[in-house]
Design a protein around this ligand. Structure first.
Ligand SMILES: Cc1ncc(C[n+]2csc(CCOP(=O)(O)OP(=O)(O)O)c2C)c(N)n1
Length: 329
């Protein structure tokens, strides 16, 4: 039975702040990428911010998130600071993975961010594994996997969700269906483009929501987290969303989707839509939203300065974390 409560005004403003933090941080990263400062790839989450924000709002530090190549938003929503994120992409010692991982290897176990990965889909198995460990230990924590529609055609999707369903593990599988895997339309590689309906074949609930509506995601995640913590098993949530920038920074963005389609989705921007909702339906005041906007703006500038002023790792430590350390046997 659902125990959903309406979010308080503080919670609503916090959702707005988190989405905006993700957006501004990534716009900053895109600029730094264009300036040649970023080492390695940079896949932004611009347009998809409502998903990480709505889900992570229900998570504690002990809950574990496993993510993908498009993971900046998940890391920020789970508690990584913009400074540590930016420093990581710039290869600096102050980065979240001490400058060794870049965009696709963001690890911060202290806040339950258990890693982004360039390999599409294993995050599903890792979340299942974490959920299994929580169950064995009798903890009420949850394991969460964020992944794209492309990952749903990888074997890991079927193996991981099948096992989590069979063992009623406290896992949440969040598919960010942005319609494309790199430049391949999902509808051209699957006969059933409704990812949520696949849950039925694993005997678990599958919920499809508007992934550009942070409150819809928040509500679906609330119920999924409640079920998981109560020992009722996993949920598959499909968030229908869209990335408005190219697959990765520096890539072209033509030939596989139309400008009209991109423009139509931009009209449904999750942040602008939520701002309007806050003002019109939630009695939020223009000054309090502007305060959040200027805080996030100055936080982003400070984070970028911090990242650029940070040192690179000492070359003498290049092999640290590469080989197992000697331990007492
Ligand atoms: C196992 C695996 N297969 C293929 C790739 C190459 N690849 C990198 S990103 C990507 C597209 C992934 O699409 P999706 O999962 O929908 O995520 P999105 O980029 O749309 O967020 C692919 C196929 C990979 N990294 N890993």
């Amino acid at each position: 039975m659902s125990m959903e409560k309406k979010p308080t005004s503080d919670q609503l403003l916090s959702l707005y702040r988190v989405m905006l933090t993700i957006r501004r941080s990534e716009e900053q990263l895109a600029k730094m990428f264009a300036a040649g400062l970023v080492h390695g790839a940079c896949h932004t989450y611009v347009g998809e911010e409502a998903v990480a924000t709505g889900v992570c709002a229900h998570l504690r530090a002990g809950d574990m998130v496993f993510s993908t190549h498009r993971g900046h938003g998940h890391a920020l929503a789970k508690g990584v600071s913009p400074g540590a994120l930016m420093a990581e992409l710039l290869g600096r010692e102050t980065g979240v993975s001490r400058g060794r991982g870049g965009s696709m290897h963001l690890f911060s176990p202290e806040v339950g961010m258990m890693g982004t990965s360039g390999i599409v889909a294993p995050c599903i198995l890792q979340a299942t594994g974490a959920a299994y460990a929580f169950k064995l230990k009798g903890l009420d924590n949850v394991g969460v996997a964020f992944f794209g529609d492309g990952a749903s055609n990888n074997g890991a999707f079927h193996e991981g969700i099948n096992m989590a369903g069979a063992w009623k593990l406290p896992a949440i599988f969040v598919c960010e269906n942005n319609l494309y895997a790199t430049e391949i339309a999902y509808s051209s590689v699957t006969a059933n483009p409704e990812v949520a309906t696949r849950a039925a074949s694993f005997g678990i609930p599958g919920v499809a929501v508007d992934g550009n509506d942070v409150l819809a995601v928040y509500k679906a995640a609330e119920e999924a987290v409640r079920r998981a913590r109560a020992g009722e098993g996993p949920t598959l949530i499909e968030c229908k969303t869209y990335r408005t920038r190219a697959h990765a920074e520096g890539m072209r963005d033509a030939g596989y989707r139309s400008q009209d389609e991109i423009n139509a989705w931009k009209q449904r921007d999750p942040i602008a839509t939520f701002r309007k909702h806050l003002l019109e339906d939630e009695d939020a005041g223009e000054p309090e939203l502007q305060k959040i906007e200027s805080d996030v703006e100055s936080g982003t500038v400070a984070a970028a300065k911090f990242a650029q002023a940070s040192p690179y790792p000492d070359p003498a430590t290049a092999l640290t974390h590469v080989f197992a350390e000697e331990t007492n046997r």
